[in-house]
Write a protein of this length. Structure first.
Length: 100
């Protein structure tokens, strides 16, 4: 089983709170209170970059479409290729949910 280097009681409590959310509306309510607009925008942008990288979109096209810096694109790409597998897990589940 994977053991995160970031593991803490505070993060455990946060993730339990996130897992208690029942739908998209509850996610908006919670995350808008928890994060700044800039933080949510950055997180959303990183996820979009991950989706586009998984679809083999070029770095230039991703930067043009999302406004993400090449540093952000590179970091997400590094996580996709050498990270914990979290992006791949979620991307795969979302593709299944969308019937792809």
């Amino acid at each position: 089983m994977f053991e995160s280097k970031l593991k803490s009681k505070e993060l455990d409590a946060l993730f339990e709170a996130i897992l208690s959310l029942k739908n998209e509306e509850e996610c908006y309510l919670f995350f808008e209170d928890l994060c700044t607009v800039a933080e949510l925008s950055a997180i959303g942008q990183r996820y979009k970059v991950a989706q586009m990288l998984a679809d083999k979109t070029t770095c230039h096209a991703i930067a043009d479409k999302t406004g993400a810096s090449t540093a952000t694109i590179s970091r997400v790409n590094k996580c996709l290729n050498y990270g914990t597998g979290g992006y791949q897990m979620v991307l795969k589940r979302n593709k299944k949910q969308q019937g792809e």
